[in-house]
Design a binder for this molecule. Structure first.
Ligand code: 13P
Length: 248
């Protein structure tokens, strides 16, 4: 069983979300996977209420603010996301970090807020090309992981990690299965030291970055890869179906 997640980013208005769920059906081949879609927040409630959506397809919010309410124009709180149908929260996505300047500390506040409202955090980590070329992959992803773990003191808490190398996102360049396995192994090793062997074994680590129908199976087969977080290929029901049918 793997986690197959789709991050729609700033795509898929409400009526497009409905059309997606009409076309995307869970079949027996993918029924063992945990399937999660992260629509843009304006489409979350529509996706939640959509009569075509198989209830086995779960929903998440792409970002949230750490306060529960207040004068934060344009922001959405964890409790609002829950009431609009989210079970998961994607936090610290590289576009949030690099385009919107989100810091490790803010990601940690968001993780704490998600957990207070029973959202399952999916904590994104990943290095830039410059950081990879400077041999700093482990340093960067462990720093990002460690700062999020400050908000997860209980080893029984369910959370997921998504390793998304920034240079592989939307570029058509995918990490090799060996690159992915190496980073995932590093992350799992840190989880084991920080939270114990049981938590490390149980916590799913997803790979994201140019996942396509053509490479999903080989990535899912890589050591320590427990699922995929798909961007561009998740907004098309046919390609997302093919990815969800792949297994490692
Ligand atoms: P792409 O699959 O479009 O590279 O996006 C990956 C991603 O950022 C998922 O969160």
């Amino acid at each position: 069983m793997a986690v197959i997640a789709g991050n729609w980013k700033m795509h898929m208005a409400p009526e497009e979300a409905r059309a997606f769920f009409c076309a995307f059906q869970v079949d027996p081949v993918m029924a063992d996977h945990e399937i999660v879609i992260f629509p843009p927040s304006v489409s979350l409630f529509t996706a939640c209420e959509c009569e075509y959506r198989d209830p086995r397809v779960q929903l998440g919010i792409q970002n949230l603010h750490w306060e529960d309410r207040g004068a934060f124009t344009g922001e959405i709180s964890a409790s609002m996301a829950v009431r609009a149908g989210a079970n998961y929260a994607l936090l610290g996505h590289s576009e949030r970090r690099h385009v919107f300047g989100e810091t490790d500390e803010q990601v940690a506040l968001k993780v704490a807020s998600a957990l207070r409202h029973d959202l399952i955090p999916v904590v994104c980590v990943g290095e830039t090309l410059e950081e990879r070329e400077a041999g700093r992959v482990d340093e960067v992803i462990l720093r990002q992981l460690d700062s999020a773990l400050v908000s997860i003191p209980d080893p029984e808490t369910r959370f997921l990690i998504a390793y998304e190398p920034v240079w592989a996102i939307g570029t058509g360049k995918t990490a090799t299965p060996l690159d992915a396995a190496a980073a995932h192994g590093t992350l799992r090793g840190r989880l084991e030291r920080a939270m114990g062997a049981a938590t490390a074994a149980r916590t799913e680590i997803l790979y994201g970055g140019s996942v396509q129908p053509s490479n999903a199976a080989i990535l899912l087969a890589a050591c320590d890869v427990d699922g995929v977080l798909v961007g561009g290929a998740s907004i098309n029901p046919e390609s997302f179906t093919e990815i969800a049918r792949a297994s490692g």
